[in-house]
Ligand binder design. Structure first.
Ligand SMILES: [Mn+2]
Length: 309
């Protein structure tokens, strides 16, 4: 060990999910494993109930909360888009990016970029860990495995690739979970807290604002074990209200059912006819039922890209 004071901080996106937090922590452990002790995982926002549960369960402290990364040396994990970056990123020195999303880096030139279109960033971090075969504790393995299972929806998301399953199985050699699907259901339950949230909190919890050629959208993702139980009418009322104050081309809320693998899509905005035309189906009461749709990135975003490009 040369210097124990961290001078490089690893940070996930705002409104972090388990993958964002687990990847930051996992990457710190990887760096420590190869003898680089100057990295520290941080978080820039509050964590969700599932992340809290997982870290408590596996006796690991959540990364320190640092909302503004101005002036810091940073590694971005689980995001590259400027909209998802921590406050102050414009004045941060972004050294490295590790992500599994589409890349948007025009404004920065990191020294190192690891981007692969796999199911979770935790997969890429664990792959680094396994490469020189760094030793990690069972607790850290559990956290990384949980993140992979959550982000890939227990391997059922169409974003899942072979690498995710391979890496998860390798982690499970340490974790020894009997049934990964059953464990995934337990993880999903921990974030299925929607009925304790207000309609506006439900819409904001996991929202992505997207621009395509001057057209603006928002897509909120609500992952639940029973999408029929959510207060659809109230969410819709709030969505309509939001669009009156600040009209977007489309405001979408995905009520994703993780058990049945389908989606009730709530839709508001002037471009509903374009969406109907593209999907060749009618939006009734601002609602569309989409069988076999669970992924915002792989299944909803491409529809919008088709309409507007
Ligand atoms: Mn992720």
């Amino acid at each position: 060990m040369t210097d124990s004071k961290p001078n490089i901080y690893i940070v996930g996106h705002t409104k972090p999910d388990l993958d964002a937090i687990a990847s930051a922590v996992g990457f710190q452990k990887y760096k420590e494993g190869i003898g680089e002790y100057n990295y520290q995982a941080i978080r820039c926002d509050r964590v969700n109930a599932q992340t809290e549960w997982v870290f408590k369960q596996y006796n690991t402290h959540l990364p320190e909360y640092i909302p503004n990364i101005s002036g810091m040396n940073v590694v971005l994990v689980d995001h590259s888009f400027s909209e998802s970056r921590a406050k102050g990123w414009e004045n941060a020195n972004i050294l490295e990016v590790i992500d599994h999303h589409d890349v948007k880096l025009e404004d920065i030139i990191p020294q190192s970029i690891t981007i692969r279109p796999c199911g979770s960033t935790a997969t890429l971090v664990a792959q680094k860990i396994f490469n020189p075969n760094v030793l990690i504790s069972k607790n850290i393995s559990m956290i990384l495995l949980s993140a992979i299972l959550d982000d890939t929806l227990g391997f059922k998301s169409p974003t899942t690739i072979k690498l995710d399953i391979e890496i998860a199985n390798r982690l499970n050699e340490i974790c020894k979970i009997q049934d990964l699907w059953e464990y995934s259901l337990l993880l999903f339950q921990k974030k299925d807290i929607w009925n304790t949230l207000s309609p506006s909190e439900i819409i904001e919890e996991d929202i992505r604002n997207i621009e395509i050629n001057g057209n603006w959208f928002s897509i909120s993702q609500v992952e639940t074990l029973n999408n029929r139980e959510l207060k659809k009418e109230e969410i819709l009322k709030e969505l309509i209200h939001l669009n009156e104050i600040n009209p977007l081309n489309l405001r979408l809320v995905m009520l994703t059912d993780l058990l049945k693998g389908n989606c009730i899509l709530l839709v508001v905005g002037k471009d509903i006819p374009l969406l109907e035309k593209e999907l060749n189906s009618k939006v009734i009461d601002n609602t569309l039922f989409l069988p076999n749709v669970v992924s915002r990135k792989k299944q909803i975003l491409p529809i919008l890209q088709k309409i507007y490009t």
